[in-house]
Write a protein that binds this ligand. Structure first.
Ligand SMILES: [Zn+2]
Length: 150
């Protein structure tokens, strides 16, 4: 069993990127493929690094573990987080698992990104270099709030 797992090449791996670590495709990934489940600690404590927590159902948050804790932001991401609508929630918390899926085909060696969509209060300048870059790591709907503030 363990032997099979180690022989099987994983879909993604963590490498250093221009912004700290990043998640990169180790195989080519087809559009709409489910790349993996985001594993991590389910918590309600948002006092430490709230930006890097992922929202779950019922007010819970997920503090993701590797590899997906290293998903970087892009204003034109190639991945998104989703839950299976028909998945049974965890009995203790009522939360459902988060998965990462491909929004388009992803070539080997490409960095996987998601749109962090942070509220305006958390926004920091974005350097994702995509043509659609909003200039800030912020939810597209909150961008006007930043422009009004500055
Ligand atoms: Zn950007």
């Amino acid at each position: 069993m363990a032997k099979n797992n180690s022989a099987r090449k994983r879909t993604v791996h963590v490498l250093s990127s221009p912004n700290g670590k990043g998640v990169y495709a180790q195989k080519s990934i087809v559009k709409d493929a489910v790349i993996g489940r985001v594993r991590g600690e389910v918590t309600t404590d948002d006092s430490r690094d709230p930006r890097y927590l992922m929202e779950l159902d019922e007010g819970y948050l997920l503090r993701p573990k590797a590899p997906f804790r290293y998903l970087n932001h892009s204003c034109n991401p190639n991945c998104e987080l989703f839950v299976w609508d028909d998945e049974e929630p965890e009995p203790e918390t009522g939360t459902r698992a988060l998965h990462v899926s491909a929004l388009r085909r992803i070539a080997i060696g490409t960095q996987l990104t998601i749109d962090y969509a942070w509220p305006a209060d958390f926004a920091i300048p974005c350097h994702c270099k995509s043509r659609q870059c909003r200039g800030w790591i912020v939810d597209a709907g909150e961008l006007a709030k930043i422009k009004n503030k500055r």
